[in-house]
Design a protein around this ligand. Structure first.
Ligand code: ZN
Length: 294
């Protein structure tokens, strides 16, 4: 297996190297970069697995095609454990369908190593052994129930590195139902964001990752941004929406539908939906902004 996580400065490369070797895998310590060499190694050594970031894996695939190689015919790649970035889902699907390479996901942090891994059922990541992992609500500070979102808090069972209830700052959902693969450990969903991205509004934390799937249901929307203001003594939530085209759009109905779907996803009522022209929402923007002045 080619390990393309960085071996210097950060611990990722060595951590994964050690984990793989413990599992009996032959590791080729490639690290990041040297894309052409990575392609040659994978091709000539008939490498069966790749582990690294999603974007670097795509670089490697693109380079191989550029060099005239056929991923299905000239490679023996069967598994790509890729991740480390948000929103890799569609890319992984493409890797599986277009190139016939199975993908796997895992969750690790530089501080405590591997914490969760995906099984063949591909429905959440199982919590790894050798660590106590808690999912803590950022609203109540208590354990969340299955199906709820919480911060991942870990206590590694490690004599040489005593660490108790380390808050990772990462948010994920908790899945307590047993998995079809037969493992009985709890699972977590893919990462949903960072604790700091949430904006507390009317006592509830609202998070971009709650907004995103709700807005994905409206293909007519080009850009959007939720803005929290406080004109009086109450937080107001405005959803700014830029349409791809105004042609044939019943704004009143769309406004009503947006309000309903987004209010439900955020669990607090949207006060108004405001249609804005192109340019009002900058190209690079936060999905939720806090403009309250106290
Ligand atoms: Zn499973």
């Amino acid at each position: 297996m080619v390990n393309s996580w960085m071996y210097n400065i950060v611990p990722a490369g060595l951590m994964i190297d050690e984990t793989l070797r413990r599992a009996g895998v032959t590791v080729i310590p490639m690290g990041v970069g040297n894309t052409e060499l990575q392609v040659q190694v994978m091709n000539q050594l008939k490498v069966t697995g790749f582990v690294g970031t999603t974007s670097f894996f795509i670089n490697v695939i693109n380079k191989a095609e550029e060099m005239g190689l056929d991923i299905r015919k000239d490679f023996n790649l069967r598994l790509a454990v890729i991740g480390g970035e948000m929103g890799g889902g569609p890319i992984r699907k493409m890797v599986e369908e277009k190139y016939g390479i199975a993908t796997g996901d895992m969750y690790a942090t530089a501080d405590v190593g591997l914490l969760a891994f995906e099984c063949n059922a591909k429905n959440g990541m199982h919590i790894a052994e050798g660590v106590i992992l808690e999912m803590i609500s950022y609203e109540t500070g208590k354990q969340v129930e299955s199906g709820e979102v919480g911060e991942i808090v870990v206590t590694p069972i490690d004599e040489t590195y005593p660490l108790i209830r380390f808050g990772t700052g990462d948010l994920a959902g908790l899945i307590a139902e047993p998995c079809t693969c037969g493992r009985t450990s709890f699972r977590i969903t893919r990462l949903l964001g960072r604790v700091g991205d949430a904006v507390r509004t009317r006592g509830m934390f609202i998070h971009p990752r709650q907004l995103e799937p709700a807005m994905a249901k409206f293909p007519q929307v080009a850009q959007y941004q939720a803005v929290v203001t406080r004109p009086g003594h109450r937080d107001e939530l405005t959803l700014k929406v830029e349409l791809k085209t105004e042609e044939g759009i019943d704004k009143e109905k769309l406004s009503h539908d947006l309000n309903q779907v987004v209010s439900e996803a955020l669990r607090i009522k949207v006060d108004r939906v405001e249609f804005v022209v192109k340019g009002v929402i900058p190209e690079w923007h936060k999905l939720i902004v806090d403009e309250r002045v106290y």
